[in-house]
Design a protein around this ligand. Structure first.
Ligand code: FRU
Length: 537
């Protein structure tokens, strides 16, 4: 069996065809959201990279515009790679991106809108004085890229960060400028870690005292962040002492989510920080070429600091709920040990938004499997590989089978679930996405993804929440209201279109109650090329 090319997404952003990767330069200008992204105009594999461009008034429906930034000059002949937008105090947006020059060196270039009265900012001008930042002597010119949005310090100078590496050390290099034209490196990096190359850094405040530094690790293909304190006078960033860089650190997403970038959305009454991230395919390159497309953007997520200040919390922007259609509701249903039931009644479960809460009974909490001390040395993913969706536990696994075939999920299903362990007097909650039975097609990469969820079941009355956005080949899940997120790409061959089913399952020894579950059909977003105005609903 081969991968169905009918698995394009209905409401996760993707262009009509070809390869996409990182979101770039996201911003809101004159009430219009701009999404630029890495794009190959010639095919469904990475290469020939330009900045494709789409605009929206609601982050849901999009109008595709011609590429905004593409190779034209010696400083970007070999590609226009990732970068960010900054709003200057007079309201002019400026883009800084990585150009691959004639010698395949990575240099940073600026581009300005040609016509500020065009809310679509269709055309961008690259001044002749580019590049504005080149790799200095002794620097790795093939690993020096992805400038962040700039911010102004108390001295009025602009600052930004560029990702690089020094041998095995990932570095967030700080640069300063008065005029956005001449840039000077700071004496020391804003931060570094023994992790390999830092791609796509992002640095932003989450409240008056805390900043976030996020990097994308090309070695693991995961993104990690620290929370910390940033001293604006000395440009010193100090991660909170309990937080680690790299593999042991916090992640935005424990699944297929990479090269992300936030922007501050000031267009609403209440400012919000919105995160965009790219989800790669996990089928084969040959399948991508046959499908003619590869890559989607995750649903934009609002990012906030958790109440205890220990981690970030992410939630799909509220606008996405405007796509919700018919829905079914389940209230207070007990799922017995080893049982599952279908959430029936949706015309199609291949494009849906499911919100649910599961409750473990107090008397059952003791039945939780003991957390193996050996697991302390490994990450959640390894635990979930050892204890997948079908391995019976004391409490859990319980959760959803999504994109399941209509034979009770026998032939195909993707399991999104929780498992509860006992560790001393505490409970440890694991959230997993297990796609091992997701497809009968060959040549797929089907990694199990998992993260721990920081939830105290004693305080929630044994309850844990799950939201899953299902979109044909995307399963994007938010555990405990966005504390743990997992995006997974799957390629069902049977659970396609109106044949896709949704189930609740409980493979644990203890019964579990679904206190509520709302499953909504999702309409498709309007993604049009070439329209005069973005359509507003
Ligand atoms: C991350 C990345 C960036 C680079 C871009 C090239 O996915 O490798 O570091 O700028 O993609 O397309």
């Amino acid at each position: 069996l081969t991968v169905d090319d009918g698995l394009r997404t209905g409401y996760h952003f993707q262009p009509p065809k070809h390869w996409i990767n990182d979101p770039n330069g996201v911003m809101c200008y004159k009430g219009v959201y701009h999404l630029f992204y890495q794009y190959n105009p010639k095919g469904a594999v990475w290469g020939n990279i330009v900045w494709a461009h789409a605009v929206s008034t609601d982050l849901v429906d999009w109008v595709m515009l011609p590429p905004a930034i593409y190779p034209t000059a010696p400083f970007d002949v070999n590609g226009c790679w990732s970068g960010s937008a900054t709003m200057l105090p007079d309201g002019t947006p400026v883009i800084m991106y990585t150009g691959i020059d004639g010698e395949n060196r990575q240099v940073q270039n600026v581009a300005y809108p040609k016509d500020l009265s065009d809310p679509y900012l269709r055309e961008w001008v690259k001044p002749d004085y580019n590049p504005v930042i080149s790799p200095g002597p002794g620097m790795n010119a093939t690993a020096f890229r992805d400038p962040t949005t700039a911010w102004q310090g108390p001295d009025g100078l602009w600052r930004l960060v560029i990702g690089t590496k020094d041998n095995h050390r990932g570095l967030a290099m700080l640069y300063r400028s008065r005029d956005f034209k001449r840039w000077a490196p700071a004496n020391r990096a804003l931060h570094s870690g023994d992790t390999g190359m830092w791609e796509c850094p992002d640095f932003y405040p989450v409240n008056d005292t805390k900043h976030v530094l996020k990097v994308s690790l090309d070695l693991t293909r995961f993104e990690y962040y620290t929370l910390g304190e940033y001293d604006r006078d000395t440009d010193t960033y100090t991660p909170d002492p309990s937080l680690a860089d790299g593999n042991d650190g916090l992640r935005y997403d424990y699944g297929n989510f990479y090269a992300s970038k936030t922007f501050l959305d000031t267009s609403k009454q209440q400012q919000r920080r919105v995160l965009w991230g790219w989800a790669n395919e996990s089928d084969s390159t040959a399948a991508d070429i046959r499908k003619g497309w590869a890559g989607v953007q995750a649903i934009p997520r609002k990012v906030t600091l958790s109440l205890d200040g220990k981690q970030l919390v992410q939630w799909p922007v509220a606008e996405i709920e405007s796509l919700r259609g018919a829905h079914v509701n389940v209230t207070d249903v007990l799922v017995k040990s080893g049982h599952h039931f279908e959430v029936a009644g949706l015309a199609s479960s291949s494009q849906a938004d499911v919100e649910a809460a599961f409750q473990v009974m107090d008397m059952d909490m003791d039945k939780a499997e003991a957390f193996d001390p050996a697991w302390r040395a490994v990450d959640a993913q390894a635990v979930c590989v050892a204890r997948g969706a079908d391995a019976k536990g004391g409490v859990g696994p319980f959760g959803l089978w999504v994109l399941a075939s209509d034979d009770g999920g026998q032939e195909e299903r993707t399991a999104v679930f929780f498992r509860v362990f006992k560790d001393g007097g505490k409970h440890v909650v694991l959230m997993c996405n297990d796609p091992s039975l997701s497809s009968q097609a060959d040549g797929l990469y089907k990694p199990t993804f998992a993260g721990f969820v920081d939830v105290d079941l004693a305080k929630t009355g044994g309850k844990i929440a799950l939201r899953t956005l299902i979109d044909h080949s995307v399963v994007e899940s938010f555990g405990e209201y966005g504390k743990t997120c997992i995006l997974s790409r799957v390629y069902p061959t049977k659970a396609v279109g109106d044949k896709a089913r949704l189930y609740v399952f409980n493979n644990g020894e203890s019964d579990v109650k679904v206190t509520h579950l709302n499953a909504y059909e999702m309409r498709s977003a309007n993604i049009t090329s070439d329209a005069a105005e973005p359509t507003s609903r």
